[in-house]
Ligand binder design. Structure first.
Ligand SMILES: Cc1cc2nc3c(=O)[nH]c(=O)nc-3n(C[C@H](O)[C@H](O)[C@H](O)COP(=O)(O)OP(=O)(O)OC[C@H]3O[C@@H](n4cnc5c(N)ncnc54)[C@H](O)[C@@H]3O)c2cc1C
Length: 474
């Protein structure tokens, strides 16, 4: 893989030539300038133009549309937000119910736009299988999650338990303790969505400047090496790249996620594994694991990630032998039939994590800065909601989008929770991840005695709770 095609399997699969759009070589005025042509920036432009076609909107992108996480992700289009239970849980029942409905409707909204705008991204709404697969503790934890969902008023239509036999009808994992199934998820070809969206907004009259990195920004203005755009509203939509925009980097921290794809697998292998209607699946370790069957019958499997001291970006995503091996070992444990299968693609990307581990959406009315981000690896669907919400905030609307607990309304950018300074972040990250890795190793060993299992799980659980509290290092 080479150049922009080499960014991911998905970018390589595109039929188009990936010729960059012209760069910014002049000074311009616009109503709204958006930094970054990923889903967040493009959805914002889309919903703004839909409702206010007269707006002059410009997008400046450092590489090409889809270069970031939007052209690289695992293709889970979720009707959820990271941390939604913590945000919606405390609300009165009716409001909580409405919040969940808004989230669960995200995949259908994306499907609606794709249909209306003729974006073919192989979107299939097959739901998601959260599998209890490698050790029995996963079943207990998933059943606890199901009980918590029921307490929040979510019913059988939202989450239901599948016995090992019922799971096998959809997905055949080696060791199965059952699964939690939710219909509110689709899978898609991510790059086709982001590239398609770019074309759509361009047709609507949005100017996209590519290979135009913003080197300086402030309220009312962004500057690239060869031009400047003055605008009423500035929308930074860089997610995992927040470290390049000072002020934003205090609130959105870069982490990395790594992913591999097998060669296309023959029909008899898929007959054994399943996943025949676009389901997403994960294995319920405390560390991230996710997968889907691609349109051309590959297993696309992402697992684990990384954090670099100071939140530095990773730019070289040529995975090491060890990084590929780890992912192949993990999916082979689930699907032993794939033990010797060839990996043809391996890549990764930077994503943004917010301090409270849930996304934020806001419009700072004084500085006229609006943004959505901090999706923490669950941004394919969330960025659609983010774009819709940011558009509503810029247009001064007061509606169900703007009245959600993840919306900071008219608060200042500086009011978003901040990350602790280094080396606290790095030490904290490593302590937490090591406790998760240790737990996974102990629990996956069927001979580990009960007391060791309990201790490992207790420690990792404690670290997870600590991570999500307000000020863990204060
Ligand atoms: C490997 C991986 C797997 C993932 N899997 C999933 C998944 O299956 N489901 C899910 O929900 N989420 C997933 N995510 C997260 C999801 O992809 C992101 O949350 C989402 O794509 C964020 O979109 P965005 O537009 O906010 O950011 P991005 O797509 O990262 O876009 C930001 C853009 O800003 C540009 N940019 C950066 N700096 C500048 C600058 N100085 N000037 C101008 N432009 C700049 C970048 O080039 C980039 O194009 C995954 C992420 C990764 C990395």
């Amino acid at each position: 893989m080479a150049g922009w095609r080499g960014v991911s399997l998905w970018m390589e699969q595109l039929d188009e030539t990936l010729t960059p759009r012209p760069a910014l070589h002049q000074d311009l005025h616009a109503d709204v300038v958006i930094i970054g042509a990923g889903y967040s920036g493009l959805w914002t432009a889309y919903y703004l133009k839909q409702q206010a076609p007269q707006l002059k909107i410009a997008i400046v992108e450092s590489q090409i549309a889809g270069f970031g996480a939007s052209g690289r992700n695992g293709g889970w289009l979720m009707g959820n937000l990271l941390g939604e239970d913590r945000l919606l849980g405390p609300l009165p029942a009716a409001q909580r119910h409405a919040g969940y409905q808004l989230l669960h409707a995200i995949p259908d909204e994306v499907a609606r736009v794709c249909h209306a705008e003729d974006i073919d991204c192989n979107l299939r709404k097959g739901g998601v299988l959260y599998c209890a697969a490698r050790y029995p503790e996963q079943e207990r934890r998933l059943r606890e999650q199901l009980a918590a969902a029921r307490e929040q008023g979510l019913g059988e239509d939202d989450y239901r338990w599948l016995s090992p036999a019922a799971l096998r009808e959809q997905l055949n994992v080696a060791r199965s303790y059952g699964a939690l199934y939710s219909p509110h998820c689709a899978t898609l070809q991510p790059a086709r969505l982001v590239r398609g969206l770019a074309e759509v907004v361009e047709r609507m009259g949005v100017h996209i400047f590519e290979q135009s990195a913003v080197i300086d920004w402030k309220p009312g203005q962004v500057r690239t090496e060869h031009g400047r755009i003055k605008a009423d509203w500035v929308v930074p939509a860089v997610e995992g790249y927040a470290s390049v925009l000072p002020a934003l980097n205090k609130h959105q921290l870069a982490a990395q996620s790594l992913i591999v794809a097998t060669e296309p697998l023959p029909a008899d292998v898929w007959a054994e594994i399943g996943l025949n209607r676009g389901q997403a699946f994960s294995e319920n370790s405390r560390q991230v694991t996710y997968g889907q069957r691609s349109g051309d019958d590959r297993l696309v499997f992402g697992a684990r990630g990384g954090y670099r001291f100071g939140g530095h970006l990773r730019s070289d995503f040529k995975l090491s032998h060890a990084e590929r091996e780890l992912r192949q070992r993990l999916f082979s444990e689930l699907f032993p039939i794939l033990r010797n299968v060839r990996l043809t693609h391996a890549w990764g990307g930077n994503l943004g994590v917010a301090r409270r581990f849930h996304p934020h959406m806001l419009a700072d009315l004084r500085q006229q800065i609006a943004l959505a981000g901090g999706y923490g690896g669950e941004g394919v669907g969330a960025s659609n909601l983010g774009g819709r919400t940011v558009a509503a905030l810029i247009l001064g609307q007061d509606n169900e989008l703007t009245r959600q607990p993840w919306v900071f309304g008219d608060r200042a950018l500086a009011s978003l929770p901040r990350w602790e300074p280094e080396p606290l972040r790095w030490l904290g990250y490593n302590a937490i991840i090591q406790s998760f890795v240790h737990e996974d190793r102990v629990l996956a060993n069927p001979h580990a005695p009960r007391w060791r299992r309990k201790m490992a799980e207790g420690l990792a659980g404690c670290m997870e709770r600590l991570m999500k509290t307000k000020e863990p290092f204060a």
